[in-house]
Design a protein around this ligand. Structure first.
Ligand SMILES: C[S@@+](CC[C@H](N)C(=O)[O-])C[C@H]1O[C@@H](n2cnc3c(N)ncnc32)[C@H](O)[C@@H]1O
Length: 185
């Protein structure tokens, strides 16, 4: 499966421009982190890793796309590594900030909690299943269910912001999204 993902994403990154600007949730909340060790899960071409180093963070940028990871080599403060989250284990208690945008692997949820230091901040945003979504992924499991993101983290993290809302994608499709900002107590 991850090999398929790798080829799919390498091809996508070769052929299509993807947004280079950080999402608002990250520009709004990254500064809540009190230390400077950050993790960008499924970093893609690294728009958030690049934004975070501009704030002084050291970033572990992880993704299965070799093309994306190659593009992030030799950027000081970004430690880019090709990994497959089907098998890769996050380092425990390492991060002051973890960001994950437009990627969903539910098995990572407990690992994300473990990977945060006490006081560490999680910023997560991705799409939610809804019958009125105008862009349908190949598998429903790639989308959150309604309420799922907050429910996955609210028992162990302090929720700072959580919302679900309609959004228009770059290609003009209406999609439901969920955002969560939370702190490890
Ligand atoms: C929609 S992109 C999001 C990129 C980035 N977070 C952003 O918002 O710009 C999803 C990313 O997940 C990565 N990915 C997909 N499956 C993966 C896996 N099994 N392990 C690691 N990364 C994976 C892809 O290579 C791709 O870069």
């Amino acid at each position: 499966m991850a090999l398929e993902d790798k080829h799919k994403w390498n091809k996508k990154y070769q052929n299509n421009p993807i947004p280079d600007t950080p999402i608002k949730l990250i520009t709004q909340y990254a500064k809540l982190a009190t230390g400077k060790q950050a993790l960008d899960i499924a970093c893609g071409m690294g728009r958030h890793s690049k934004y975070l180093i501009s704030l002084g963070f050291e970033v572990d940028a992880l993704d299965v796309s070799s093309l994306a990871i190659a593009s992030l080599q030799n950027i000081p403060q970004i430690h880019a590594k090709e990994v497959d989250f089907d098998t890769y284990q996050l380092e425990k208690k390492k991060y002051d900030l973890i960001v994950c945008t437009f990627f969903l692997k539910r098995e990572l949820f407990p690992q994300i909690i473990e990977a945060l230091k006490t006081g560490g901040i999680l910023i997560y945003e991705t799409f939610v299943y809804h019958p009125d979504n105008e862009q349908v992924p190949s598998e429903r499991s790639f989308l959150l269910e309604e309420g799922e993101l907050e429910n996955a983290f609210k028992k162990t993290l302090e929720v700072i912001e959580s919302r679900e809302y309609w959004h228009e994608t770059m290609k003009g499709f209406k999609m439901k999204k969920a955002s969560l900002v939370a702190r490890k107590l």
